[in-house]
Design a protein around this ligand. Structure first.
Ligand SMILES: Nc1ncnc2c1ncn2[C@@H]1O[C@H](COP(=O)(O)OP(=O)(O)OP(=O)(O)O)[C@@H](O)[C@H]1O
Length: 255
């Protein structure tokens, strides 16, 4: 279980998170939704200790993150929002780094790496540099790296961006089966159909504020026949969206 308590993050020009409190249970797929700049990545980066919150606390299985940082980091596999890192390394070099940081026994590492690289169609590319890969292939390298230590907690920041349909399908299956084992899967996405299909619970952020936290089923039951997209746009979207779109269309027409 992960508990965020009164989390705030203030950057020099923005208050990215405003008093965020929520609990993420084990055994569920938990989605963070929100417009660009809403605070999703800031929340996930705080959980994986890439940034330090201005105030508030995070507990993982009852242990305070600030006091047990290293032990908690070892439980987490993280996919950042951009895969453009370590471009000069080969895929295999990158996974080497992860394997040594997480102290994965050699045989286990070989077995998991083989399985994951075959699943994600990367087996023929392990000795090529990450910089030579397409965006989707880079994303696959990062995903394989995050899953290599078989961490209990998956923290995936927009993990499907750039992936091909087969890889999206496979990743969704992996996420579902990880949650079914009672483990934790947290991800952010802008694709509301995916969130509706995959998430047990969601948090919707708007300009750093939590505006909904609860089950997707419950949210859908508030508006019969509506999709998560419709409900989300009513809660987090711009007022008068349709009016603005009509105005744009009219302006185009007049030009
Ligand atoms: N390193 C930083 N320095 C200054 N401001 C930052 C920094 N990182 C994020 N911010 C600001 O914090 C706010 C929240 O950003 P964050 O990346 O958490 O949003 P997000 O919901 O993940 O957005 P997106 O959907 O575009 O990825 C934004 O206003 C952003 O400009």
């Amino acid at each position: 279980m992960i508990e965020f308590s009164h989390l705030r993050k203030v950057y020099p020009s923005t208050e990215a998170l405003r008093d965020l409190s929520l609990t993420i249970p084990n055994g569920k797929i938990f989605g963070f939704l929100g417009h660009n700049g809403a605070g999703k990545s800031t929340t996930l980066k705080s959980l994986v200790s890439i940034i330090e919150p201005t105030s508030g606390s995070i507990k993982v299985d009852g242990y305070d993150l600030a006091e047990h940082r290293l032990a908690i980091k070892k439980k987490i596999g993280y996919v950042p929002d951009s895969p453009d890192m370590f471009l000069e390394l080969t895929a295999n070099d990158y996974w080497d780094l992860i394997a040594s940081a997480y102290e994965i026994p050699k045989q286990l590492r070989t077995q998991r790496q083989d399985n994951l690289s075959r699943l994600f169609d990367m087996a023929d590319h392990v000795d090529e540099t990450i910089g030579s890969f397409s965006h989707g292939m880079r994303q696959k390298v990062i995903i394989i790296g995050a899953l290599l230590p078989d961490p209990d907690i998956w923290v995936l920041d927009e993990p499907m961006t750039g992936l091909d349909p087969q890889a999206i399908y496979d990743l969704k299956s992996l996420m579902r089966s990880h949650a079914e084992k009672g483990k934790t899967v947290i991800f952010s996405t802008h694709v509301l159909a995916t969130a509706q299909e995959l998430c047990d619970e969601v948090a919707i952020l708007r300009k750093g504020l939590l505006i909904y936290n609860g089950s997707v089923k419950q949210l859908l039951s508030t508006m019969p026949n509506a999709t998560l997209e419709t409900i989300y746009l009513k809660m987090a979207g711009r007022q008068g969206d349709n009016q603005m779109i009509h105005q744009l269309e009219e302006d185009e027409h007049d030009a």
